[in-house]
Each structure stands twice: as structure tokens, then as C-alpha cells.
Design a protein around this ligand. Structure first.
Ligand code: PEP
Ligand code: MG
Length: 753
């Protein structure tokens, strides 16, 4: 059963148009359930009606003609109640409505199930049977499971189909996701192709066998060409024995080998990608079982060749080009920090991805780079976007593909307004970050990328509150050596000296993987992360600490921050390593004072251990991004729960307020370096709570400074007590918006419709 479900979902998923997806869906369900009829009624949001969209069993002339209001007829009842309805004798139900054009009077049993995606009813699936058959529990369970699985696929197909449909009209389509990095841009989409995946090729019956064979041959021909070229390029650099492997690959791809087998499979009734995946799978399984190292290695080769051929078969999805549009909007399933590097910085104007959410690390980097980003755009039809003109709205989480002239000119004026506001805010950037009643609120910046170390920032800030050392580690191909790290850190420390620079020890794990140190875990955010990793690898941590210390020689502005601390023992262990590093470098003749050390408060347990932590270190720095995710049990990276992720949740604010007061009582300086500090309303709250410094991405400084310069400390303190009395995140946000409005600061909040 599971197998049938999986196959249907795969087939629907790979359909190229909405129509094909729906048609596949009803046909395959009817077959699997052995019923007389299977129909799908699509919910038309504009008309608020369920329209018969596809059927197998009812008269096809009824398609598009028959429609029902919610609550009207049995289908309308399913749509309204959003519950399955299973009837043995449908015509006797008081709500039964008969439409002559369907010819459904003959059918007695009825089973209808709603298809719901993210709380939204997309339509109703119905199966019907002529004889009185009470669909049993198994049938009902099957259809409910099918509907739940198809919901996401259908939502995607609707979006995709919507695109192809409107292409015939004005060509415009709009997609929504999680607004991640503010700003708006009109640019050109560049789709980064995910690697071809042989394990996820659906089975499809080819409509044109000759065409499938022809495109297979072409794909193989191209791969042979690539391999020949690669062999030639490497000829002078590798041994004759290794070079001979290229011959083996050519052989494997020859007509007589792989090519012929795949062709045979196509003739048996598989489309080219499916046939290729079948043949590769069979060979790989066989080779992996044999007891011969040489042959086992060939299994990996075959898989690799298969992937290359598949990539050409799927070549609707393009590769990274050599030249880039002036304003390139990078679009991908998932965008890694490394992918960002594929587009020249001056051309990279926006980011869009299917996965990810607003505090995922690529999001943080987008904000640091000051480019708009929308992540978690789950319904995005990737292959069709490449090269398309797009409008990206990072405030509202929208992407317009092939925008109409109206949309484009509307956005041109919004962008002009935003530029004007930035110019106004820029004027006060050199003024102190001080409230009207004279309270100085130190502002710091978060860094990690080379572009962050801008000299113009220095007079405007009190230092670097968080230097994420893992960012440079993410763009290298191995752990950087000690000397390399000394250079990197020296650069940071020198650029900002004499201001303090808080350098965080490597914080990998969670969603921050290093390509050369992959961590594969079921629950990465609860797993091997931050200090848990580096204490298990003291050789990595020692190199880093030594490099930081050496880099600070003569500057003395280094502070060290420990991420993801859970226990005081971890702090003790890290401090021991720090002392050892100090001693080692002293023996090498480098003498530096012991830097101040801080602990990140981001694991909720630490909030209950402030006193013992305070005995060990010099300052606290709150990682509100992680603290929020762990307090709310909401993955910061998962678009499905992005709406639940909110640092303005009353529980998070109460925890922050408490910890600020507790830290003050312990006389421990406490700053906050999560994204909340860069939100003008969040910054006012944190100031009111008594945080000693706020550290944020440089592009957030102007708005935060503008807010601080207009709100007296006492007003911010009142705002805190008012807010803490509210009971839901929505009420908190609404209250903050009201107060900022009263203070004439509404323009500092993200624009909404
Ligand atoms: C945080 O968790 O708030 C933080 C600043 O660290 P990161 O976002 O790098 O996990
Ligand atoms: Mg963190």
C-alpha cells in the first residue's frame, strides 16, 4: 500500500502541468481503489466554489461546468466541514444534489475527502461506486492518507500550473515565502541547479518512445564529450593508470553497454530518466555485492556517470553561467553560504530559496550583505524561473515572476521611497546612539564576512559584538591552518582596534555544516553543535584559540565568546584550553594578556545557571536566535513552523527581561547579538530591559539608531512593562506597532500592505 501511495505521489509530483497532475491523480486513485469514479473538485478561492476539475467515470463534459458552494451538496459539505464523508447510499442523504451533466445518478456509494495544505482547503477528492458498497475503514484511510500526501504536491502544482497558465496571459506569477532580509529589487533570476538525484526519479510511461531514446543518446553523447575533455585537461597531471579510467568510463557509456540497456528499458515502457535510474540501480546493486574492491569502486563510477547523464536529461535546470545579470537574484532549492560565492558580490542583488527560514545562517548573511532575501518559498517551480525578470520583495516575502508593467512601476516607486529614507537615516549615522534623555545605548556590529570590516563603521559603533568565525571556515575547502587564521583574525582586530572585537569560537553544527566536516544527524539543532564539537576536537579549538591570541598581539582588543554552552563544565574545559594556549604561545615568545571571556546564553538551561557561570567568565552575550528556537521548540530553519518562530513571544521577552535583571544583580555585563537587536522595536525593548549593548548586522544600525534617538529611556521601560503584560506574540507585535506609530517611528518598521 505504501508503495502505491509513494508511486502516485511521485507521478503527480513529476507532472509538467497542473492539468497533467490532476489527471494522473484521479486515474491512479481510481485504479488503486478499484472504484467506478474518481473526481477532483478544485476550490476556486475567488468564486468560493468547488469546481469539478477532473474526473474519470463521470461525463467529461461536466468538467468546468459543475460547481458547488461550500455546504452545497455532498462535495460542498466535505469542503465546508473539512472532514471525510463516507456514505453507502448517497442519494438518500438530505444534501445530495444531482447534476444532470455528470450522469452520477447511477452511483450509490460516495467517499469524499478534503485536500488541505497549510490549513487551506484546496479541493475535494471523491470516489464513487455504482453498487451499494460501504467504503471500508481501509479505503477511507487510504484516501485520507493520499489526500494528505498530495496536498503539498498539489499546492506546488497549482503554483506551477498557475505559472504556465498565466504565461499565456500576462505571464505574471507571484510566490510567497518567509520575509528574511529586507529590501526590494527588480532583477533577473538565476536558478542554481540541485545535483541530479537518481533516487528520486519517478516512473513515467513515455508518450513518445523514439523521442525518449533520442534524448537519451544526446545526453550520453554529451557526457562522453565531457569525460573526454576532462581526461585531456588532466592528462599531464595524473598517472597513466588513472588516465586509463577515463577509457573505462567511455566504455561503460558506449552503445553496447549502458546505452543499449537503458534503450531497452525505454522500449519496455519507461521514460528516459526512469529507465536510466532503473539500469544504474541494478548495476550498482550487483557490483556492491561482489567481493572485489575494484568492482565495488566501479559501482560508485556507474552511479556518478548515471548522475551526469541524468543531469543532461533534466537540463531544463541550468548550470551556473559565466556571465551574470547586473542584478542577479539567486534562486535555489537550498542556498548554501558557499553558493553565494558563485555570484560576484556586485551582481548579487537578492536571494530566494525553497528551504530555509529567517534565522537560518544564509539569511543572516543576506542581511549582513544588505540584500533582500525570501526563503521557505515552498511552492517555487524552479526550472521555469531561470532568466526570468523578477521583482523580489524582502519585506513582504514575495517574488513576482515576469511582473506586469503595473507591478514593476509600483515597485520602482517603492524602491525610490526606500532609497530616500535610507538617505535621510544616513544623515544621523554619525550622531551618538543616545536617547533624548541622555542615556547612551552602545551599538555593536556582527561580522563574519570580509565585506563587514568597513572602515566607515568604526566611528559609529562601540565594537564588534559577534564575529562569527565559522563563516570564513565555510568558504574554505578544509580547516584553515593556524597562520591563515591568524591573518583572518588580525584583519578583524586591526580594522576595529581599539574597539573590542568579540570573537566566537567555531559554532558549527545545526544548519552550519562545513563541506569538509559534514555532520549528519537526525536532530542537528539538538546535537553536536558549537562548543560540543570543539571540546570533542581540542586540536581544532586549540589552533583557533592560539590564532586568536597571536592575532591580538599589541592590540589587546580581543574578547572570546563560547557558543552553545549547556554546562559549567564545558566552560571550565574551554578555559583550561585557553590557558594552555596562552602558555604555549608565551613559550613561543608571544605574550598577550588573557582576553575577557564570555558565554553565550542561548541554551535555556543557562538562564538558570547565571550565578555559577558569572563566577567563571567576564560577560554574557545572549543568542536570541537560538534562545527563541529552544524556548519555543521551533526549528529556526523550518518554513512550516516559521510563523511560530517569534522572538517577541511573551515567554521569550519575559525570559530576556529576567536574565537582564539577574545579570545586573550579578554585576555581569550582558549584551544581545541575535536578530532581535537589529529590529528597532526589539532594540527599544532590550534597552528598556537594561541590556548593556546591542549587536546587530551593520545594515540594521540606521533604523535602530534612529529609534533610540527618539525614545526616552523611561518610555522604553514603560514599553517593556506594557508588553510583558500581553499574552500572545500577535498582541505584542500590534502593541509595538501602535507605540512606534505614536512616536512617529512607523517608517522604521518593515513595510506591510
Ligand atoms: C544566536 O543564536 O542568536 C546567535 C547570535 O548565534 P547564531 O545565529 O550564529 O546561532
Ligand atoms: Mg546561536
Amino acid at each position: 500500500m505504501l508503495d502505491v501511495l509513494r508511486r502516485i505521489v511521485q507521478e503527480v509530483n513529476s507532472a509538467r502541468t497542473l492539468e497533467a497532475a490532476l489527471s494522473t491523480m484521479v486515474r491512479r486513485i481510481r485504479k488503486a481503489m478499484r472504484t467506478d469514479v474518481c473526481s477532483f473538485y478544485l476550490f476556486d478561492v475567488n468564486q468560493q466554489r468547488l469546481v469539478l476539475n477532473d474526473t474519470i467515470g463521470l461525463h467529461s463534459r461536466a468538467v468546468g461546468q459543475v460547481s458547488l458552494r461550500l455546504g452545497e451538496g455532498l462535495v460542498g459539505l466535505v469542503g465546508q466541514r473539512e472532514e471525510p464523508l463516507n456514505l453507502e447510499d448517497a442519494p438518500s442523504h438530505p444534501l445530495f444534489r444531482y447534476f444532470e451533466e455528470t450522469g452520477e445518478e447511477r452511483y450509490s456509494s460516495f467517499l469524499g475527502v478534503p485536500i488541505i495544505h497549510q490549513r487551506r482547503m484546496l479541493g475535494v477528492l471523491v470516489v464513487q461506486q455504482q453498487d451499494k458498497r460501504r467504503f471500508d475503514e481501509g479505503d477511507e484511510a487510504f484516501l485520507v492518507t493520499m489526500a494528505a500526501q498530495l496536498a503539498g504536491v498539489l499546492a506546488h502544482a497549482l503554483a506551477t500550473g498557475g505559472l504556465s497558465r498565466t504565461n499565456r496571459g500576462d505571464g505574471q506569477a507571484m510566490f510567497t515565502g518567509v520575509a528574511t532580509s529586507p529590501g526590494m529589487v527588480i532583477g533577473e533570476a538565476l536558478v542554481i541547479a540541485p545535483p541530479a538525484d537518481l533516487d528520486n526519479v519517478p516512473d513515467l510511461i513515455p508518450t513518445d518512445v523514439d523521442y525518449e531514446i533520442q534524448r537519451l543518446k544526446q545526453a550520453i553523447y554529451r557526457v562522453r564529450d565531457e569525460i573526454r575533455a576532462a581526461g585531456e585537461r588532466l592528462a599531464s597531471r595524473i598517472s597513466a593508470q588513472e588516465l586509463a579510467l577515463f577509457e573505462v568510463y567511455q566504455e561503460m557509456l558506449s552503445e553496447a553497454a549502458l546505452g543499449q540497456e537503458v534503450e531497452k528499458r525505454i522500449r519496455e515502457g519507461q521514460w528516459a530518466p526512469g529507465a536510466l535510474a532503473d539500469v544504474v540501480r541494478r548495476h550498482v546493486q550487483y557490483l556492491e555485492r561482489v567481493d572485489d574492491n575494484y568492482l565495488r569502486e566501479r559501482a560508485a563510477d556507474i552511479r556518478d556517470l548515471g548522475r551526469r547523464v541524468l543531469a543532461h536529461l533534466q537540463e531544463e535546470t541550468p548550470q551556473t553561467p559565466d556571465t551574470f545579470a547586473e542584478r542577479t537574484v539567486l534562486v535555489g532549492d537550498e542556498i548554501s553560504v558557499a553558493t553565494l560565492g558563485e555570484v560576484p558580490r556586485d551582481k548579487l542583488a537578492g536571494l530566494v530559496s525553497v528551504r530555509g527560514s529567517s534565522t537560518s545562517h544564509v539569511a543572516i548573511i543576506a542581511r549582513a550583505m544588505d540584500i533582500p532575501a525570501v526563503l521557505g518559498m515552498v511552492d517555487l517551480p524552479l526550472p521555469r524561473l531561470n532568466g526570468a525578470k523578477v521583482v523580489l520583495d524582502g519585506h513582504r516575502g514575495r517574488l513576482f515572476v515576469r511582473p506586469s508593467a503595473d507591478i514593476e512601476s509600483h515597485y520602482r516607486s517603492l524602491i525610490a521611497e526606500e532609497d530616500a529614507l535610507s538617505a535621510v537615516l544616513e544623515h544621523e549615522q554619525d550622531l551618538p546612539s543616545e536617547t533624548p534623555d541622555g542615556y547612551a545605548m552602545p551599538l555593536m556590529v556582527n561580522t563574519g564576512l570580509a565585506v563587514d570590516a568597513v572602515a566607515s563603521l568604526k566611528p559609529r559603533i562601540s565594537g564588534v559584538g559577534l564575529y562569527r568565525t565559522e563563516v570564513p571556515f565555510m568558504i574554505t575547502e578544509r580547516f584553515p591552518g593556524e597562520q591563515e587564521q591568524v591573518r583572518l583574525y588580525r584583519d578583524q582586530l586591526e580594522s576595529f582596534a581599539p574597539l573590542p572585537v568579540v570573537m566566537r569560537t567555531l559554532d558549527i553544527g545545526g544548519d552550519k555544516d562545513l563541506p569538509y566536516f559534514p555532520i549528519d544527524e537526525a536532530n542537528p539543532f539538538l546535537g553536536w553543535r558549537g562548543i560540543r564539537v570543539t571540546l570533542d576536537h581540542p586540536e581544532v579549538l586549540m589552533v583557533q584559540l592560539r590564532a586568536m591570541l597571536k592575532a591580538s598581539e599589541g592590540l589587546d582588543n580581543l574578547q572570546v565568546l563560547l557558543p552553545m554552552v549547556t554546562n559549567v563544565d564545558e566552560v571550565d574545559d574551554a578555559l583550561r584550553l585557553l590557558d594552555r594556549a596562552l602558555q604555549e604561545i608565551a613559550e613561543e615568545g608571544v605574550s598577550v594578556p588573557r582576553p575577557k571571556v564570555g558565554v553565550m546564553l542561548e541554551v535555556p538551561a543557562t538562564l538558570y545557571q547565571l550565578a555559577p557561570l558569572a563566577e567563571r567568565v567576564d560577560f554574557f552575550s545572549v543568542g536570541s536566535n537560538d534562545l527563541t528556537q529552544y524556548l519555543l521548540a521551533v526549528d529556526r530553519n523550518n518554513p512550516r513552523v516559521a510563523e511560530l518562530y517569534d522572538a517577541c513571544h511573551p515567554a521569550v521577552l519575559a525570559a530576556l527581561d529576567r536574565l537582564a535583571k539577574d545579570s545586573a544583580a550579578l554585576q555581569m555585563p550582558v549584551s544581545l547579538c541575535g536578530e532581535l537587536a537589529g529590529d528597532p522595536a526589539g532594540a527599544l525593548l532590550l534597552m528598556g530591559m537594561g541590556f548593556d549593548a546591542l549587536s546587530m548586522n551593520a545594515p540594521s544600525l540606521p533604523r535602530v539608531r534612529a529609534a533610540i534617538r527618539r525614545v526616552p529611556l523611561a518610555a522604553a521601560q514603560t514599553l517593556v512593562s506594557e508588553t510583558l503584560a500581553l499574552e500572545s506574540p500577535a498582541k505584542v507585535r500590534a502593541h509595538l506597532a501602535t507605540r512606534l506609530g505614536e512616536w512617529q517611528l512607523a517608517h522604521l518598521l518593515p513595510p506591510r500592505d
